[in-house]
Design a protein around this ligand. Structure first.
Ligand code: X8Z
Ligand code: ZN
Length: 618
């Protein structure tokens, strides 16, 4: 995620769908007031009033946002069990921001100005709508509930990231557990690591149930039916429209997923020396805690990055990602990024913990950009580093005089996730790696194996993101999923969408969905990532074919300024652009999995051949 600290910021347009035209990002000056004040009738100059209001509002918004970001940063990078200083400071800063964003006075004024929408510039309207959207996460009319939500959120973060994981009797990090799941061949050890990774779940149950009620109640005060609907409205969509969209995406990739699922069952049974091939994949067989990325199952001869990266070291990866962006024409990262980011795991023996999940922060909606990661030298972090820098360069690019503070967000949240993931994909392709001298350009490598590896990442992710996560959160927030069904529903969905089952019965004494960080601290938004993959393949298709004239499966973006210009033109307007129009303008297409399905098409024949005679169970 990129951090929108009060659960917001993002590119909000309440009635975005009605707003077809892309907002021109330049006209911040309102038409002048009448030049003859003496004869001017008493009345309103709405554009000028809006401009004045927005100028003052934005200034205060930015000040409070920055204070909140600083406090959150501290709370996420220095977690000391039992210490209440940080959480108290964070709660205070968030409450101050919430009080301003949700103040009745501001809301009334926003509504009043929006009643005169037709007289305002599109850019003014977007800013007002964004401010109103933000208000819904902390309306003054529900001040007590807002306060409780803020406190509960801070506590949940502390519980989740302050948790001490134990494996084989020793304290371990999530990086350690992930390594076991990627590399270990002994099923008993895998099972132990998988179970260790789920042990945090029950500690989060009470907090999560509490948060469901509070999140729903807060947005209901401004008329949203539930928190899931609120988050979907950020795209100008209803909850039902969003669910229809993610279900459609899942359907489009289902035939390919079915082949991958069959393939994986047989291959993993072989790998773990099991005679019986199970109908559904036991969760602890998969090289990821949630089965959302299986790419480390396959090593492509001549393209295995892990040993190369291990030699280069963690720091090199971040520097290399920066070099890639710079090669396209992006600036060097500002000094503050290097000075204030928290990029690497804490040293052994540290007396505090930090958030173990990667994120990127726009601290002041200006030039203070930072990333929070625990980078280790391996392919997974190499990709994540490119992902996070995508957020950072998005921040830096829409921080410009044409984009007002309130619209410094992605065209939508999925765009924000897409840019860096796109760069991560590009940074793994053979011509790119060969160009950097990381692999031997002349060595024969198997294209199909490479495509398979990519599918095990990007395709496998879809049923998890658009299926399990989105369906579960939709049920949790909007359908009030019963609290004695939380884990049962999770595993029902995992079976239905991913074809994955738990290694042993997982009753309601567990809470496996809560082990996924987003369920706690990035709620009801996980479809962002599914949509981001779909968008990234659309962008990649365009870049490969129209700009580079290269096969999308074998590209080298490095050093190409045209590619840079293209990406910058998407980032530049931030949330002042209409996301649907932008996609049409940039790719000639509406949002669709067409490009993603095309990309992997050659793999279908191969997998069908491999799976001949095998039993399909999905
Ligand atoms: O959470 C993230 C980013 C956050 S900025 C690292 N991702 C999803 C996840 O890890 O679950 C990236 C892709 C999927
Ligand atoms: Zn992200």
């Amino acid at each position: 995620m990129h951090k929108h600290l009060l659960p917001l910021l993002a590119a909000a347009l309440l009635a975005g769908c009605a707003q077809k035209a892309s907002a021109p990002a330049a006209t911040t000056t309102p038409p002048p007031a009448s030049s003859e004040p003496a004869t001017q009738p008493i009345g309103h100059n709405w554009p000028r009033e809006a401009e004045e209001f927005l100028a003052n509002y934005s200034k205060e918004y930015q000040r409070l946002y920055t204070a909140s970001a600083e406090a959150e940063w501290r709370s996420n990078t220095r977690i000391v069990p039992g210490d209440t200083t940080n959480s108290a400071a964070t709660a205070r800063a968030n409450e101050a921001a919430a009080a301003f964003n949700g103040s009745t006075e501001n809301i009334n004024r926003l509504r009043e100005l929006l009643e005169h929408k037709s007289e305002l510039t599109p850019l003014q309207v977007k800013q007002l709508q964004t401010a109103l959207y933000n208000a819904a996460s902390s309306p003054q009319t529900a001040a007590e509930v807002v306060k409780r939500r803020i406190k509960a959120e801070t506590q949940q973060t502390e519980k989740l990231y302050g948790y001490e994981y134990k494996y084989q009797g020793k304290a371990v990090t999530t990086n350690d557990l992930d390594r076991v799941l990627r590399e270990e061949k002994n099923p008993q050890k895998r099972l132990a690591a998988w179970e260790a990774s789920k042990a945090v779940g029950p500690t989060l149950k009470e907090g999560l149930l509490n948060l469901r009620g509070l999140r729903n109640q807060v947005v209901q005060a401004l008329g949203y039916p539930d928190y899931f609907s609120y988050q979907a409205s950020d795209y100008g969509m209803t909850r039902e429209e969003m669910m229809t969209l993610v279900r459609r995406i899942n359907q489009e990739l289902r035939p390919l997923y079915r082949e991958l699922h069959t393939y994986a069952r047989y291959e993993l049974a072989k790998k773990y020396g099991q005679k019986q091939v199970p109908d559904y994949l036991p969760a602890h067989w998969l090289p990821n805690r949630w089965g959302q990325d299986w790419s480390s199952m396959v090593d492509v001869k001549g393209l295995n990055l892990d040993p190369i990266l291990a030699k280069k070291g963690a720091e090199w990866q971040v520097k290399q990602a920066e070099r890639f962006y710079q090669s396209l024409g992006y600036p060097a990262l500002p000094p503050v990024f290097w000075e204030k980011s928290s990029l690497y795991p804490l040293p052994a023996g540290a007396t505090y913990k930090k958030n173990n999940h990667a994120s990127a922060w726009h601290m002041d909606l200006q030039n203070d950009v930072r990333s929070l990661m625990s980078v280790e030298p391996n392919a997974e972090w190499y990709e994540t580093t490119h992902h996070e820098l995508g957020h950072i360069y998005y921040y830096l690019t829409y921080t410009n005089p044409d984009v007002p503070v309130l619209l410094r967000g992605g065209a939508n949240r999925a765009y924000h996730e897409a840019m860096g993931s796109l760069m991560g994909l590009a940074a793994m392709q053979k011509p790119f790696l060969a160009g950097l001298g990381l692999v031997d350009a002349n060595a024969k490598t198997n294209q199909t194996q490479q495509l398979l590896k990519e599918a095990l990442n990007y395709v496998v992710f879809i049923p998890f993101a658009s299926g399990v996560m989105s369906e579960w959160e939709n049920a949790f927030y909007a359908d009030n999923l019963s609290q004695d069904q939380l884990n049962a529903r999770w595993w029902e969905l995992a079976k239905q969408y991913q074809g994955v089952v738990p290694p042993t019965a997982r009753g309601e004494n567990y809470l496996d969905p809560a082990t996924k960080t987003h369920i706690n601290d990035d709620p009801a938004q996980y479809y962002d990532y599914a949509l981001s993959y779909v968008i990234l393949f659309q962008l990649h298709d365009h870049i490969s074919k129209q700009i580079l004239k290269q096969d999308p499966r074998a590209t080298n973006y490095y050093g190409n300024k045209e590619v840079g210009k293209f990406l910058q033109s998407i980032m530049y307007p931030g949330a002042s652009a209409d996301w649907r129009q932008l996609l049409r303008d940039k790719t000639g297409e509406d949002l669709s999995a067409r490009a993603m399905v095309d990309y992997f098409q050659p793999l279908m024949a191969y997998l069908k051949e491999q799976n001949k005679g095998r039993k399909y169970t999905m």
